[in-house]
Write a protein that binds this ligand. Structure first.
Ligand code: CTP
Ligand code: CA
Length: 229
């Protein structure tokens, strides 16, 4: 009985999740992107759905995830950071929890050529401008009953950087994964540390992304339950 109850502990909650990379067009055939697999965001979406939530997954170009079972999850496919931002803005208003697991490109070309750029003598200078920070934008809009969870991918000065992201972006939690822990980008397992806005720190061993998803949701719900009792 308890197991069944526990499985539905997100029933009635609407959860917004971002996952995957974004692709920022240079011209009709080229883009700037990264190697994010989308697996962490997908694992979170599945875990939230399993526990009864109404899940909206805003998914960047992550072909491996589209081959997975997405039953019961509302998927919004986007390509660029700007589209991901627009989709998130639209869905955040009605969300109880938002989890930003996407590896959003930090920069995009200042202008997109509408024809294929021809190769020329010498090099090519690309003028890049910053994309909108989706997590920080939602942090600025957040109301008291909404929970906002972000990630931080760090290689050095991990704790300082993660805590700065927590504060600057007005998130309730930052899930830090350190590339120093010997876990490869795109792997099925990872090692995380969770920092909360209330000053808590939870450290975990290397685990599968499915187990990490459960740890993240448990940590967020545990704190939240304590807060609302
Ligand atoms: N993020 C976002 N929009 C962006 C960039 C990042 O929503 N344009 C979110 C990510 O989804 C993640 C968090 O911000 O939840 C931190 O991303 P990360 O790349 O670690 O940090 P940045 O703030 O982009 O800083 P930097 O890459 O310089 O470390
Ligand atoms: Ca970044």
């Amino acid at each position: 009985f308890f197991a069944a109850r526990q499985q539905q502990d997100l029933s009635g909650k609407k959860i917004l999740i971002t996952a995957g990379p974004t692709h920022e067009a240079i011209d009709p055939v080229r883009f700037i992107g990264n190697h994010s697999s989308g697996k962490m965001g997908y694992a979170l979406a599945i875990e939230c759905r399993r526990r009864g939530a109404d899940v909206t997954l805003v998914l960047g170009p992550a072909p491996e995830i589209l081959k997975q079972d997405l039953l019961g999850i509302t998927v919004i496919n986007v390509i660029a950071a700007e589209e991901m931002y627009q989709a998130c803005l639209e869905h955040f208003k009605t969300s109880d929890i938002a989890i930003m697991a996407a590896a959003v490109a930090d920069y995009r070309p200042a202008r997109v050529s509408d024809i294929k750029i021809k190769k020329q003598e010498g090099g090519l200078d690309l003028n890049l401008v910053k994309t909108k920070d989706i997590l920080a934008s939602l942090g600025a809009l957040k109301s008291a009953h909404q929970l906002l969870v972000g990630f931080a991918l760090e290689t050095n000065n991990e704790e300082v950087n993660a805590l700065e992201k927590l504060r600057k972006k007005n998130a309730d939690y930052i899930i830090m994964n350190s590339l120093n822990d010997g876990v490869a980008f795109g792997a099925d397992s990872n090692k995380i540390t969770i920092y909360s806005g209330k000053g808590e720190k939870y450290s975990f061993d290397t685990k599968s992304k499915n187990e990490i998803a459960r740890d993240i949701i448990d940590a967020v719900l545990h704190d939240h339950a304590v807060q609302t009792v």
